[in-house]
Design a protein around this ligand. Structure first.
Ligand code: SAH
Length: 403
């Protein structure tokens, strides 16, 4: 293999350098003159590689991986050393942005510190819960860098991190055969209660989905709290009950939480109990959301939240996903009380804002009700979108007023 400064040098086909010149952080395998094969060549998944244009101009460095995205760029400086100091500098930048937006604060100690490409660290997610960092690698390169990253996290005094839990069994590409073990890389269990906008949540990073809590709905939950007073609230796909706790706090008349997972229902009940003594306006049901909507009476709820899991994990599933959003929203439009408010979301990266809107609009048209948009929602500022990587904007939401 061609080398540059002790790294494999990968060359792009003619005229394929434009997206890297515009700082887009992905190199697709089809853009390379030759896609290297770890079985027969001197390169491994997760290696740091240098990328060059066809004419030899050096463009930067990144992590190599076998797949349609062959390189995730870490730096557009081809001389950049990718070592612990590099990770430390990137984490410092990430931390400075969180401080600029007021995180953490006395009311919120659950937040995202690293949002992949949005923090110039493609393949890495780090969520913070108090003094614990929960880290997920999505690329072999970040898997191999996990100890350097964990050290860097605990060495930045402003972060005050005491434990680092690594949770990548389900996020790393299965084919890479990395056999990651979910475990503490540094420190150990030091409590699992985190705070968001003054409300408390138990976060189960050992057994829960993703890093244990969906920190990306923080701002949207605060908006929901504002609309909850006196309303009968139905929280569909409640997971740990984030929206339910805010609704109760906002003065809802009654709150029903629904999730198909009985573990999620138990967590929701526990989180309600953690925040409110003897709350008698909340009920939780472990059942399928579609069935629940089919069986409920029209008019029983005047605020409904639909926050389903990603219906499309890949582009190939797009058509079915859009049908899924349309069907789900149509059921809510059919059943929501007059002058009701619908909070509806999609967290599928493969579904664009326009496609999601269209699915919701056709569901509204099907119900023949008058519907107006009150808010258009997205992910919070601790999930920043790198402007050179617009794909990083994944959470889409609409707040609708239904006559
Ligand atoms: N709204 C949540 C996050 C939702 S995650 C929050 O604010 O934290 C999606 C949830 O949908 C998961 O808990 C999953 O168990 C649940 N789920 C998936 N399919 C479902 C279905 N068909 N009916 C009900 N819940 C479902």
């Amino acid at each position: 293999m061609e080398q540059y400064n002790n790294t494999p040098l990968l060359r792009l086909k003619k005229n394929k350098e434009e997206s890297l010149d515009r700082f887009h952080p992905w190199v697709f395998s089809g853009a390379l003159t030759h896609m290297p094969q770890p079985e027969t060549e001197d390169i491994d998944e997760g290696d740091i590689v240098t990328v060059a244009a066809n004419d030899g101009r050096l463009l930067g460095r990144g992590h190599f991986q076998v797949g349609s995205i062959a390189v995730r760029m870490l730096s557009f400086d081809p001389e950049q050393e990718i070592d612990e100091d590099f990770y430390k500098a990137r984490l410092k930048q990430a931390s400075a942005l969180r401080r600029a937006i007021g995180l953490p604060s006395p009311r919120t100690d659950a937040y995202r510190l690293v949002h992949g490409e949005g923090d110039f660290l493609p393949g890495l997610v780090v969520d913070i819960y108090g003094s614990t960092a929960v880290m997920q690698a999505h690329s072999p390169g970040m898997h191999f860098a996990r100890f350097a990253i964990a050290d860097a996290l605990t060495e930045l005094p402003e972060l005050n991190i005491k434990s680092v839990y690594y949770k990548s069994e389900t996020t790393l590409p299965y084919k890479a055969r990395l056999d990651p073990q979910n475990d503490y890389l540094l420190g150990s269990f030091i409590g699992d209660t985190a705070m968001e906008n003054g409300l408390r949540f138990r976060v189960d990073w050992l057994r829960g989905q993703k890093t244990g809590f969906f920190v990306d709905q923080r701002d949207n939950r605060a908006l929901l709290r504002h609309y909850s007073k006196g309303r009968r609230v139905l929280n569909m796909f409640c997971y740990t009950g984030g929206f339910s706790v805010y609704a109760i706090d906002g003065g809802a008349e009654k709150v029903v939480s629904v999730d198909s997972s009985s573990k999620a229902i138990a967590l929701t009940d526990a989180n309600v109990a953690l925040n409110f003594n003897d709350c008698n306006i909340h009920q939780a049901a472990a059942t399928d959301a579609f069935k629940y909507l089919d069986n409920m009476e029209a008019g029983d709820f005047d605020l409904i939240i639909l926050d389903p899991p990603a219906f499309a994990k890949h582009r190939s599933a797009l058509h079915n996903a859009l049908q899924g959003y349309r069907r789900l929203n149509a059921k809510a439009f059919e059943k929501i009380a007059p002058r009701g408010i619908l909070f509806t979301f999609s967290c599928s990266q493969a579904v664009s804002k326009e496609q999601f809107r269209l699915a919701v609009f056709s569901a509204a048209a099907q119900s023949r009700r008058k519907v107006r948009i009150l808010h258009q929602l997205t992910q919070p500022a601790d999930h920043p979108v790198n402007i050179y990587h617009p794909e990083g904007e994944y959470l889409k939401g609409l707040v609708l007023y239904v006559e």
